[in-house]
Design a binder for this molecule. Structure first.
Ligand code: URA
Length: 229
């Protein structure tokens, strides 16, 4: 993490105040004065401001049951965002871990820990995402096979990775994918001539949406949940 960010997380200083203080030579990292606000520091170092040793920042992790009709963005000029649902101090340090469309609901993760979110979203990790899907038309066995074999989506060079399908009734199913392409689930079913009518994310990896959370509710993750990734 950048030193100015570190400072703004563990004190009441804003980022620009932190930058000025660092440039003024008032900060030492592991005993050495550091005057560059962009210098990277990890959480193991000792940071001293004037003569005071600062407690390292605690990362925070939340799950939100995203309701329909809000956008996954930190700011939006015209629409309500998921950030508007959160009453959390220092909201500006959180980022969204993998987006959901405005007309999709369910499990959304937010954190200020970039390495943790990278482990979830980096394409190489193939982290699973399970969606509860309602379709306009019943899913045929042939189409279920296609989803498992991989589908060529428009403007993509490779077919989708195998999706797992659990059919619950004609038009209702669980779909588990291990990628996060743009509008992936909707595009997969559109490519089969079908249409997604509703999409709700149930889980990410082994982390399930807490059933006690109503639409728009959120809670911090437990240490055990954080350790799943
Ligand atoms: N796939 C979609 O099409 N939309 C989402 O929001 C998530 C996955």
């Amino acid at each position: 993490m950048r030193l100015d960010r570190y400072l703004s997380q563990v004190t009441t200083l804003s980022r620009s105040q932190a930058r000025n203080i660092i440039r003024a030579g008032r900060v030492r990292v592991d005993g050495h004065p550091v005057k560059q606000p962009a210098n990277q520091v990890d959480l193991q170092v000792e940071v001293v401001l004037d003569e005071r040793t600062l407690a390292p920042p605690q990362s925070c992790y939340y799950m939100l049951n995203k309701p329909l009709g809000v956008v996954c963005a930190t700011q939006d000029p015209s629409q309500r965002t998921v950030m508007d649902l959160l009453d959390i101090p220092r909201l500006d340090r959180l980022h969204i871990v993998g987006r959901l469309d405005i007309d999709a609901s369910g499990l959304l993760l937010l954190t200020d820990d970039g390495q943790w979110s990278h482990r979830i979203t980096a394409p190489v990790t193939h982290c699973t995402k399970t969606y509860w899907v309602t379709l306009a038309e019943p899913l045929t066995e042939y189409d279920a096979g296609q989803l498992h074999r991989g589908i060529h989506l428009k403007n993509e060079s490779k077919p989708t990775r195998p999706a797992e399908i659990e059919i619950v009734s004609d038009c209702k199913l669980y779909v588990t994918i291990t990628e996060g392409k743009y509008h992936q689930v909707k595009r997969m079913f559109a490519a089969l001539g079908n249409r997604v009518e509703s999409l709700h994310r149930e889980s990410i990896g082994r982390l399930k949406l807490d059933e006690a959370l109503g639409a728009g509710d959120y809670r911090p993750l437990s240490p055990e949940e954080v350790a799943l990734f």
